[in-house]
Design a protein. Structure first.
Length: 630
């Protein structure tokens, strides 16, 4: 047994002597100071900060889950149990006060675009709370460094490293289309995406705070070699130990993930971004296993990440992807028809399997195996949801405006394959979905105001169709009695996009024209109250005569007082629309979808309208905005 004796020349040296520091535990003073430093701030004690970061996310998700369960129960109570009183109660007024702040959005071309942050004040408040919490954990305990690096790793480096590792499971959970957070909270994946991006930036910041103290401590510890020690020991262990060298690759990968996710790159090269993002994320996770070396419970976060990731992908592949479901014929896509319409819009008609069900406002990812087998893009389902009693094959409609990238590829494919004079062709498509939905459900409100800009009509139209279908069913019994649909388009010819659906709405509606002297706000019981208004924002002089399909879309096969489709020129004033269509002593829900600037106007108008609830004029004014792109 080797019982080598310490060098007697260094045993009793003072800690101020560089030879004592270089001799480390062979020097009595160093050994005593090391134990005192570890007793004051134990190395293993820093791992609890990773636990606290995890507890934060568990508490947030838990609170949102409780709220989701509560609202789900109350939303499904019978209409009679939710009958409005004479005015808003104290809870409605408190809620309105919060909505007047958190519904507001930052200008779309300002700091929100620069920082790639959600313009929604509510989401910004949550991100700020998360940032403050993580910074509090980072800098709360002092000292940040030990007197000598030989006493142990800098405390601030250890805890931020574990906090950054604790962010990995939540990062993956926030990224998945079919994810556990959506399952528990009801918040759809596209709304979680901005949180995913910013948690990644926070994790990157924690990773830098984790890495830099090692270099700073080594450089400043002159008694322990200083800069020469940094150079000498950076690659110590030949990449086999848990040292600085093994931490650099995952840090570089995480930096690349964040930089490539900036909107200027993400939007311009989306297909390349998506593929590289997955490859880099897998590489990052593998490098973290290597770097952390199963130190204490460090791998627990990574195993949890793998479990979350596997569950998300397995669910998406075998539950959401229709051609890969066990109950379907594998790899058999759904028949689809692609038609070029006015305004560089492609209408996609798909006939999926009979068990494919969706609700108004949901979206699906489409993969066209004929010309873009590697591309998988989201589109809102613009057609009415199938009823439970329907026996015919479902028919899903999607609208895609041609831009660069995939949508331009889609348009080019139709032009190259379309039959003469029809601008239409047939193909097959893989459907991955449905995802998303509306919270809270419109069924708990008295009135529904749908506001769409351009192809944003695809998010509003199915809600109007669903209202008509439910209101005209033999056993109709619902609280929602009135729907207003306002659509802003550049050209009136855009009505051709949904002419058949408009004909359905017009034929079923029993609303009456205001120009005939009928008060739209006084609909008799049992009568369908539907108002449709179109705002043409382009120059009137440049407008072409309507096509036959447009004329068909503006007429009704019904001979009973169809509702007027008001067509006015100019952008709609959101505040004026809400003042007109939000009725006193009612609950109203506003659904908006369109470009970012359009959503900005809608959100701020609804936030400003909360004063009507605070004054007791209305019971509730809620808002649901559909994300146009992410």
């Amino acid at each position: 047994m080797d019982m080598s004796m310490p060098d007697p020349t260094v045993v009793d040296l003072p800690i101020t002597d560089p030879k004592c520091v270089q001799a480390v535990e062979a020097c009595t003073a160093f050994y005593a100071a090391e134990n005192a430093s570890q007793a004051a701030i134990p190395w293993a004690g820093q791992f609890k900060y990773g636990h606290w970061a995890t507890y934060y996310w568990v508490i947030i998700i838990g609170l949102l889950s409780i709220y989701h369960v509560f609202t789900t129960i109350t939303d499904h109570r019978s209409p009679s149990a939710r009958t409005a009183g004479n005015g808003p109660g104290i809870l409605q007024k408190v809620q309105a006060a919060g909505r007047s702040i958190f519904y507001r959005r930052l200008p779309p071309n300002g700091i929100a675009k620069l920082l790639d942050a959600s313009p929604n004040y509510g989401v910004l408040a949550f991100l700020l709370l998360t940032l403050v919490f993580l910074l509090g954990l980072t800098f709360a305990q002092r000292p940040y460094y030990r007197d000598h690096l030989g006493y142990g790793s800098p405390p601030i480096a250890i805890r931020t490293g574990l906090m950054a590792t604790a962010c990995v499971p939540i990062l993956v959970a926030l990224a998945g289309k079919a994810n556990i957070i959506t399952l528990f909270t009801g918040i759809s994946h596209e709304r979680l995406n901005v949180v995913h991006r910013w948690v990644a930036w926070m994790s990157l910041g924690l990773s830098f705070i984790h890495a830099l103290p090692y270099f700073i401590a080594s450089y400043q510890d002159f008694g322990n070699g200083g800069y020469q020690r940094v150079v000498k020991e950076f690659y110590a262990g030949g990449f086999k130990g848990c040292n600085q060298a093994t931490g650099v690759p995952p840090l570089a990968i995480l930096f690349g993930l964040c930089i490539l996710s900036l909107p200027a790159i993400r939007h311009r090269f989306y297909e390349s971004f998506y593929a590289s993002h997955i490859v880099l994320a897998i590489t990052y996770l593998g490098l973290l296993f290597w770097h952390s070396m199963d130190t204490l419970d460090s791998w627990a976060y990574l195993w949890a990440t793998l479990a979350i990731w596997a569950a998300s992908w397995l669910t998406r592949i075998f539950v959401k992807t229709q051609p890969l479901k066990f109950t379907h014929e594998w790899f058999a896509g759904s028949p689809a028809t692609l038609t070029i319409l006015d305004g560089h819009v492609t209408r996609i008609d798909v006939w999926p399997e009979r068990d494919f069900k969706w609700t108004p406002g949901q979206h699906a990812f489409l993969r066209f195996t004929d010309f873009a087998p590697l591309d998988n893009h989201p589109f809102t389902i613009a057609s009415a949801a199938p009823t439970s009693a329907a026996k015919e094959q479902p028919h899903a409609v999607f609208l895609a405006r041609s831009h660069s990238g995939f949508t331009n590829k889609l348009t080019s494919y139709v032009h190259s394959r379309s039959e003469a004079k029809t601008d239409s062709t047939s193909t097959t498509v893989w459907i991955d979905g449905p995802y998303g939905g509306t919270r809270p459900p419109p069924s708990r409100f008295d009135s529904l105001v749908l506001v769409a800009g351009g192809t944003g009509i695809s998010a509003c139209l199915p809600r109007a169709l669903d209202f008509v279908a439910r209101a005209t069913s033999p056993n109709a019994s619902m609280k929602l009695k009135r729907v207003v649909m306002v659509w802003a388009v550049k050209k009136k010819s855009a009505l051709s996009w949904i002419c058949e659906e408009l004909k359905t709405l017009l034929a079923a509606s029993a609303g009456r024209r205001r120009d005939e002297g009928v008060d739209e706000k006084a609909t008799p019981p049992g009568e369908l109250d539907l108002v449709i208004r179109v705002h043409v924002t382009g120059e009137e002089g440049n407008e072409k005569a309507p096509s036959k399909s447009e004329k068909a879309g503006l007429s009704s096969s019904s001979q009973t007082s169809p509702p007027v489709v008001d067509t006015t020129h100019g952008r709609p004033s959101m505040s004026a629309l809400l003042a007109e269509f939000v009725r006193p002593a009612e609950r109203t829900m506003v659904v908006g979808c369109g470009p970012e600037g359009f959503r900005y106007d809608v959100a701020n108008a609804v936030a400003g309208s909360q004063t009507r609830v605070l004054k007791g004029e209305c019971i509730e004014i809620a808002l649901h905005l559909e994300v146009f792109g992410w």
